[in-house]
Design a protein around this ligand. Structure first.
Ligand code: UGA
Length: 439
């Protein structure tokens, strides 16, 4: 089977590489020539555990190739995935410009039956637009070629994308013909041998499933952040509350960790887009509006704690920030809560020393020389007034606290992810602040 994946961003590259890994012939296409040349030379545009090996292996054995010329590679393919970006427009809706451009190019160059699959996160109704665009391109060529459109949203988590792709919880596929269903069932057969389901449904439902999944997960997080803030006011401990509710299987113990707000390229964008879709249909998504508002406030919670601890005078103080990426195991800085915190600290006249194991090159694009870039967590803590744990990378979990205590000016730890034990740190003489814990 020959498969084309258009877009070598996060979704496209992982999809292309992981399809090649089980024996499919894949061509990954991107308009960005520099990116394609880098990929041919084994240089990946993103950091994702395990991805580099898979890309190298399959490039070398010839199952994975890279091209900038979509028209040249489309003939002979059975499947084309559209995995290009859908950046949020001014009003929060997903911009489909790139998706439809690709659909047009596919229609202009296809020569045999093809299943065109949207893999990017696209609003309900996009497959209809893709279909219309391809049809028009074929009419302009005055040819009759059979094709189907399908929707196959992805549920990969950054930092665990390869594993998620190779061992999915489920694969959701929206189709409207038997033929397209068969092609996709064949493609995904190797990934569901462990009994995980391919859930076939109509296209609109598949498109909605993706948004509903991310919106539900974002809702869990904002809900817990709201509960955490109330715990602080009432003297409850959110860690205990979390364990108390999480053991009820109807609630579940995953994705209920409070923190400093969700970030990344997915939740913020998808929640906004679903609110926007609601507006388009005259339906207010009231819960999601609140989810978003709570999240915006949550990004400021750590700054308020720091500001209060230092009596609203941060001028001339220095803070060590541990972790910058929006979550561990990625260098992704999109919508990272660290940026909101750092901005507020700088505004208040503080100095900021930062360390992240992977994301510093990405973060530098945003922060420039406004902060001090450090070589490790201890370096960041040197002469700082406090440590602020922002991203729960493993290497921050068990630091040498006595070494840190001797390099800090004040023994204060602000833990944005509740990864440290408050009692242990207090015994060691630290002032400790978590999220949703009694002070
Ligand atoms: C998310 C979904 O988890 C994936 O299933 C989905 O495919 C992806 O979006 C997408 O739409 O492409 P991702 O953005 O990579 O994946 O990251 P998550 O691991 O879901 O974390 C998102 C944010 O929520 C992070 O900022 C994380 O720190 C925060 N979070 C997560 C919490 O604050 N508490 C939790 O309990 C869990």
């Amino acid at each position: 089977m020959k498969v084309i994946v258009v877009g070598t961003g996060y979704v496209g590259l992982v999809t292309g590489a992981c399809l090649a890994e089980v024996g499919t012939n894949v061509v990954c296409v991107d308009v960005n020539e520099a990116k394609i040349n880098d990929l041919k030379n084994g240089i990946l545009p993103i950091y994702e555990p395990g991805l580099e090996e898979i890309v190298h292996r399959n490039y070398q054995n010839g199952r994975l190739s890279f091209s900038t010329d979509l028209a040249a590679v489309i003939p002979g393919a059975e499947l084309a995935f559209i995995a290009v970006g859908t950046p949020p427009g001014e009003d929060g809706s997903a911009d489909l410009k790139y998706v439809l451009q690709v659909a047009q190019q596919i229609g202009a160059s296809m020569s045999n039956y093809l299943v065109v699959v949207t893999k990017s996160t696209v609003p309900v109704g996009t497959a209809v637009k893709v279909n219309r665009t391809i049809k028009q391109a074929l009419q302009e060529r005055d040819v009759l070629i059979d094709y189907d459109v399908a929707s196959n949203p992805e549920f990969l988590k950054e930092g665990a994308a390869v594993q998620d792709f190779m061992k999915p919880d489920r694969i959701v596929v929206g189709v409207n013909t038997e033929r397209a269903q068969q092609v996709l069932a064949q493609l995904y057969h190797p990934y569901v041998l462990n009994g995980r389901p391919i859930v076939f449904m109509d296209i609109a439902s598949a498109e909605m499933t993706k948004y509903a999944a991310n919106a539900m997960l974002a809702t869990k997080i904002s809900f817990m952040n709201d509960i955490a803030n109330l715990c602080e006011l009432t003297g409850a401990d959110v860690n205990k509350v979390r364990r108390g509710i999480g053991s009820d299987p109807r609630i579940g113990d995953r994705f209920i960790y409070p923190g400093i707000g969700y970030g990344g390229s997915c939740f913020p964008k998808d929640v906004k887009a679903l609110v926007r879709t609601g507006h388009e249909y005259g339906h207010n998504m009231r819960i999601l509006e609140a989810v978003e508002a709570v999240n915006e406030d949550q990004k400021k919670v750590m700054f308020s704690k720091i500001d209060r601890h230092f009596d609203h005078n941060l001028q001339g103080r220095t803070f060590a920030i541990w972790g910058l990426s929006f979550k561990p195991n990625t260098d992704d800085m999109r919508e990272a809560p660290s940026l909101v915190l750092i901005e507020a600290l700088l505004q208040a006249g503080a100095q900021v020393r930062v360390f992240d194991p992977v994301a510093m090159p990405e973060a530098r694009k945003e922060l420039g020389e406004s902060v001090t870039w450090c070589t490790d967590l201890y370096h960041a803590a040197t002469d700082a007034d406090a440590i602020v744990l922002v991203t729960e990378w493993n290497e921050f979990r068990l630091p040498d606290w006595s070494r840190i205590q001797s390099s800090l000016k004040n023994a204060v730890v602000f833990d944005g992810r509740n990864i440290y034990d408050d009692v242990t740190l207090q015994k060691k003489g630290f002032n400790y602040y978590g999220i949703g814990l009694t002070a």
